[in-house]
Design a binder for this molecule. Structure first.
Ligand SMILES: C[S@@+](CC[C@H](N)C(=O)[O-])C[C@H]1O[C@@H](n2cnc3c(N)ncnc32)[C@H](O)[C@@H]1O
Length: 250
């Protein structure tokens, strides 16, 4: 698939499942995604960043959790899919009393008094100035992008020196005994569940295809280092079914 085709395909997938994404996330991960995301938010909040970018924020759970954990910080959730952002915005309005979608960039943001924004934008070409964020995160997003290196390069560009990146991503367990049942789960059970619950088996087959095609945990750590990130490390969850990578802009 070319870069353009992958982006177009992924955009279509998330447009079709935006209203079912949250329920399938809970069912598909047996609720584990909530625990992993909470860990990432806790780690990220430790350094008390003042301006945070949540890339591929989807329906906004992480951006909202960050806004709650750090009420004085400015949190920006970016996604290229307006349908996912509409869900994020309604959720923010319900949970925080405000949310705000904009199609602009730094100029529009500067005029807003809101602390939480959702921006329509492409992770391959972030609409933000160099060195403008203290921290960034990307959760279950990178494997959907056509060029992982380009996205990391863009994140590195918008981070301030010493800024931190957290990347939470699905992966295949490394242990043989866990790997096979996990593969069966991903390849067969998840699309079946998706057919029964939300009638979108093809969209959930994408989860397996994109996870299989994604980098190993060590390869991602290496790519982060090659981009310029220092002190790169990762933690595995559930026998390696997901991993949280971390790096600092040196
Ligand atoms: C699996 S969802 C993850 C949502 C959320 N971060 C989470 O952890 O639940 C992937 C998201 O990546 C977004 N996405 C994919 N490619 C993108 C791109 N090039 N730029 C911005 N967002 C993108 C999709 O629209 C979708 O909302």
């Amino acid at each position: 698939m070319s870069s353009f085709d992958k982006s177009k395909y992924v955009h279509g997938v998330f447009s079709r499942i935006s209203d079912k994404y949250d329920v399938m996330n809970d069912l598909g991960s047996l609720g584990f995604h909530r625990i992993w995301k909470a860990k990432m938010v806790k780690e990220l909040a430790k350094a008390q960043p003042k301006r945070i970018l949540d890339i591929a924020c989807g329906t906004g759970d992480i951006a909202i959790a960050l806004a709650k954990a750090l009420p004085a910080a400015e949190v920006i959730g970016l996604d290229f899919n307006g349908a996912m952002l509409q869900v994020a915005n309604s959720r923010a309005a319900a949970e925080l009393g405000h949310g705000f979608i904009i199609e602009g960039s730094d100029d529009t943001l500067a005029k807003s008094t809101n602390k939480l924004h959702f921006v329509v934008g492409n992770a391959m070409e972030l609409p933000f100035a160099n060195e403008s964020f203290d921290a960034a995160c990307i959760s279950f997003g990178l494997r959907n992008m056509p060029d992982y290196a380009q996205v990391l390069k863009e994140i590195f560009r918008v981070l301030k020196p010493k800024g931190k990146l957290y990347c939470l991503e699905a992966s295949y367990p490394t242990h043989k005994l866990v790997r096979s049942p996990f593969k069966l789960y991903f390849k067969h059970w998840l699309p079946t569940l998706a057919k029964l619950v939300v009638n979108s088996p093809e969209e959930y087959a994408w989860l397996n295809t994109s996870t299989e095609a994604f980098l190993s945990k060590d390869e991602l750590a290496f790519l982060m280092e090659s981009t310029g990130f220092a002190s790169v490390s990762y933690k595995s969850f559930l026998s390696g079914a997901a991993a949280l990578h971390h790096g600092t802009k040196g």
